[in-house]
Write a protein that binds this ligand. Structure first.
Ligand code: FES
Length: 342
């Protein structure tokens, strides 16, 4: 080793700097003490074990906290355990590999002269030999426990990706949660009136002037469990235009009242609230990514990344002139997913 170092320490032919050579080689503890090597091996196995347990824990957590059960706590816990399982699983393998390489693999320091990118056949054969030497140097053939730990960790780690993917094939992806909103009606079977937010005051058709846009909520939405989620799903914009410019297909006749139309305020791109109404063009704009919807034509997308029109809320007026929802939206509100029907 020392001869090799002296040779390497000779000045380089380049005049800009001298070859610094390699420093004095210091053997590692494990190179001289078999007990230290054994200890390092145990540490590497322990790190692989961390990876194995984390992967198993992530998968168990995935089944223990099913996100399909419409529970925000479950979604948070599922995300947490899957993330931890995945992170610790990968970290354990990485840390074990590094520790193994630094403490157990052969510590021969070698220097190779630079050569052309493509080696000749002899060099290539030598490369294969070196790879085989590397495998031999890793000592994997002599350390069956290490080999088993490595194999198990590598075999289990991809499950963190595969199990959620396979488990969710054909799953609902929470679309059912967006299929129904508070506009479906009140608990006693009565209609759900349109109300101002946050004052919760019912709105009359005469309150909506032509050219204006009003943000409304279901009247008297009970402040019980999932109140905020229900409120977020049910938020609606109401706009009044000249009735003669509305393009209403046969199946939507009667969904508007005297030029007043109501649409979900949740953008069908990724769910931002559409907020800007342009009176002249009758377009509403989502400020997040500029998706633009034509209110006179079933809120179809005229610009931007959204792929679906805003869902329309069928409305009507009672004897006193108050606006109410005839029924729930006829499709899930919110962003589009490839699982959706439209
Ligand atoms: S969320 Fe509305 S355009 Fe992206």
């Amino acid at each position: 080793m020392s001869e090799e170092h002296n040779e390497l320490a000779e000045p380089s032919t380049a005049d800009s700097f001298e070859n610094p050579g390699l420093g004095h080689h210091r053997p590692r503890l494990g190179d001289e003490d078999p007990r230290a090597a054994k200890r390092s091996e145990r540490q590497v196995v322990a790190l692989f074990t961390v990876s194995i347990l984390a992967t198993i824990g992530g998968i168990v957590g995935y089944f223990a906290f099913p996100v399909a059960e419409a529970d925000a706590g479950n979604v948070r816990m599922s995300t947490l355990v899957l993330g931890l399982g995945l992170g610790l699983g990968m970290l354990g393998i990485g840390a074990a590999a590094v520790h193994w390489a630094k403490s157990l693999m052969n510590d021969h320091e070698k220097v190779e002269e630079r050569h052309e990118q493509r080696g000749d056949d002899a060099t290539r054969e030598r490369a294969v030999e070196m790879l085989q030497e590397g495998v031999a140097d890793s000592g994997i053939a002599r350390r069956p426990v290490l080999k088993g730990a490595l194999g198990t960790a590598l075999a289990l780690a991809p499950l963190s990706f595969v199990v959620p993917l396979v488990g969710n094939l054909g799953a609902d992806w929470n679309v059912s949660k967006f299929r129904h909103t508070a506009w479906a009606g009140t608990p006693d079977g009565g209609p759900r009136y349109l109300a101002t937010d946050p004052t919760d005051r019912r709105i009359k058709a005469s309150d909506i002037t032509r050219g204006s846009m009003v943000h409304v909520m279901p009247y008297r939405l009970p402040e019980e469990e999932h109140y905020l989620e229900e409120k977020a799903k049910a938020v609606v914009i109401v706009i009044r235009v000249d009735p003669s410019i509305l393009k209403e297909p046969e199946e939507r006749r009667g969904w508007s009242y005297d030029g007043i139309v109501a649409y979900s305020k949740v953008c069908t791109h990724v769910g931002c609230p559409v907020a800007l109404y342009e009176q002249q063009t009758h377009h509403v704009l989502c400020p997040c990514h500029q998706s633009t919807f034509d209110i006179t034509d079933q809120a179809k997308v005229v610009f931007g990344p959204a792929k679906r029109p805003l869902p329309q809320l069928p409305i009507a007026v009672d004897d006193e002139g108050y606006l109410y929802a005839q029924q729930d939206f006829d499709e899930p509100v919110g962003p589009s997913y490839w699982e959706r029907e439209r």
